[in-house]
Write a protein of this length. Structure first.
Lengths: 425, 425
């Protein structure tokens, strides 16, 4: 590649042409092969981000028959990973016969901060803050007017020192953003408050001892928390996957406990949960980096990184539950701008943010249940390998009869690209 | 929604029709509006996952002019978040004038485990393991033959007790998977080894004291680690964004330090890094849930969750670096199956997995640099709001002249859907 000046000013065709010229690989057709038929929609889509040259596509699938809080959902899922949608469907089917998923939103508070330094005694800045707290709150009234009307807005404002960093403080703003994810809203509040706080400090003649470092929302949202759970009476099941209910669920609990105490397993265990959660997050136009950061950061809230879900067996009752910080929106952002995100929300019956949190957490728990179920019985590869084999066969241009032969041949063998190619030759 | 039997057996059209009938919302056109012109490609794509009814699309953008290890890259990025590509471009431009990004791969070892319980003394199982380690390694020879030829394969096999869970152990397998992400490979090795280990235990008559719980790779990859860094001499810069170099970079360091000591900030700081990393991960057909889990789990390796990047100023030298566990592949999986992933890899000059790790980490560091630069100068909203305003105007169907008026009006005001609608009316 070469350096290029003014690339962002090129139109889309110029960008593509420059790339292809510089790559010396002719992939032009592939590049432009998927796009909206409707030009206006295509243009809107391209404006989501910068320098867009194509529509990168991921499979948009459906997991029907999810019973959550006694309501049936068909769940939109976007994932490129094979077996994820199938695993969700399988878990949904199993739990339908045992009352389905129960989920509730524990809290919906989000948080943001203005970080600053102050090198005189903390009592001074505490007094300045205390004397001006109403002014700080008032300066954001215009911004939060509409959110206030919808029952949201600022819940609290505090001044806190940063324990381990001397002369450093934060204003901590706690906010309810109703059905919006609210990142822009919170950041706007914080930047307004930051500017006002600076004015106040200058008016109090402390400007030489003070500096605003920055103002920003936090993606760590332990107070925007949802819990999803399933439960059953072991006595009501004879066997599952050829094991007694007692044996299956004891082994299941052991598998979850391992993820509580072993970081190597905990990471993958939670990754599996997020396979489910993120597929709903993306399908509904939400930001998966935010949900990922919150989930994994929450997973180490006690100083060791551990599983987000827990299993218990008490008096023949098995319960399996997931607590997850999940800051989602069902209005604003891309939720209305992306036509498939909008379709996803329609498919879910236009849920509130709280309801969407419950749905996503339930899918995360479903995913976790199916993964562990496979792991402790057939092993994870059986489900994965079926699709893996079909993908490889497709890529190698296998005929219908070759595909059938290969399916039989590999039913008890390890699938790899090389092995499949060898088999076909 | 209603329950539906046999949904997975429906063809795509039947699935879509059932959905639309049950949603009572007519969105059929939107649903099928983007797809491949080539039917075979479309069919292959739909087979990545289950119950696929549409191609969910995200913007595929380009960040040109990235200088990494003295080589110029145009970086493919898939992200729905506005400002991410622009921020990467801005950071690339700044660092081009200061030697660009330096990145190196510290190690490329991945890890997987067979977890099991054993309720006799640990010496017994340790002896069984020790006596049979060659047999355990040999049982996987057929699976790892091709990987061995390419210089990869098994690096070590150990038996370890789980400290906090009594009678519970793991076989820890350390593997080099060359340019493959290697999940299928590692899981296949582990399942073969797990079956063989079970046989061995039975042959030793300990089967009543032993149970395999499961075998699975770990997404926690602290030994598959890459470091990216930038550095400059403060004396070579007069000013940046209206601040002296000394002031700017001291404030920058302070901002990074806050993310070292404050979990609320660390989560968002790392989220910003992953905005960049994941955009490359997705564009190249890799699994972002895996990279997210590894990154955030690594962020709390010392018992507190903290920033993945670090800034230092020593003797007028500023350095900013990012250490990240990053298990990526450039062969296998979707890297060849997804035409745009394949294009991305061509665009990057068909990199090795190690080179791709260096590229993705550099983009993560670039993203982090630009985000902090905005935060400590203009604030984060200025960049975000520009695109946010354009999206809202587009959605409200604003005319060209209305768009120009709105841009002027909102240049110093907070953008919200309501505010823009009010302005237009």
């Amino acid at each position: 590649m070469n350096f290029i000046e003014g690339f962002s000013k090129f139109n889309k065709t110029q960008k593509i042409n420059w790339l292809l010229d510089n790559m010396k690989v002719d992939q032009g057709t592939t590049l432009i092969e998927t796009k909206y038929i409707d030009d206006a929609l295509q243009k809107r889509f391209e404006n989501f981000s910068e320098n867009t040259i194509a529509n990168f596509h991921l499979p948009f699938g459906i997991a029907p028959n999810f019973l959550i809080n006694d309501k049936v959902y068909s769940i939109p899922m976007v994932t490129e990973e094979s077996s994820v949608v199938a695993a969700s469907c399988k878990a949904a089917k199993f739990w339908n016969e045992h009352g389905g998923f129960k989920a509730y939103t524990k809290s919906m508070t989000k948080v943001g901060h203005v970080y600053f330094t102050f090198d005189l005694s903390s009592e001074i800045i505490e007094k300045v803050f205390k004397d001006n707290i109403e002014r700080l709150l008032n300066c954001t009234r215009a911004i939060s007017l509409n959110m206030d009307k919808r029952g949201g807005g600022i819940k609290s404002l505090e001044l806190l020192p940063l324990d381990k960093l001397s002369n450093t403080y934060k204003l901590e703003l706690r906010v309810n953003t109703c059905d919006a994810m609210g990142a822009n809203f919170i950041n706007s509040l914080l930047e307004a408050m930051s500017a006002e706080f600076r004015k106040i400090v200058i008016e109090n003649h402390f400007e030489n001892h003070f500096e605003i470092i920055f103002a920003i929302l936090s993606n760590y949202t332990p107070e925007c928390l949802v819990e999803a759970s399933v439960a059953l009476n072991l006595n009501q099941i004879n066997e599952i996957d050829g094991m007694s209910a007692q044996h299956f669920f004891s082994k299941f609990k052991k598998a979850v406990d391992i993820a509580k105490f072993d970081k190597f397993r905990a990471t993958t265990h939670n990754k599996g949960i997020m396979n489910g959660v993120d597929s709903v997050v993306i399908a509904t136009g939400n930001d998966f980096r935010a949900t990922e950061a919150a989930a994994h950061s929450f997973a180490c809230k006690d100083g060791i990184y551990k599983s987000l879900s827990e299993a218990e067996i008490v008096d023949h009752f098995f319960t399996f539950k997931l607590s997850l910080p999940l800051a989602l929106g069902t209005v604003g952002g891309l939720t209305n701008l992306h036509p498939l995100a909008s379709l996803s929300l329609d498919m879910l019956g236009k849920p509130s943010a709280s309801e969407l949190m419950q749905i996503a957490a339930s899918v995360g728990l479903a995913q976790n249940f199916s993964a562990i179920r496979s792991l402790i019985t057939t092993g994870i590869q059986k489900g994965h390998m079926k699709m893996h084999l079909l993908n490889i066969l497709d890529q190698l241009g296998a005929s219908v009869s070759q595909i059938e032969d290969a399916k039989k041949h590999f039913s008890d063998k390890v699938v790899s690209f090389q092995a499949v190619r060898d088999f076909l030759n």
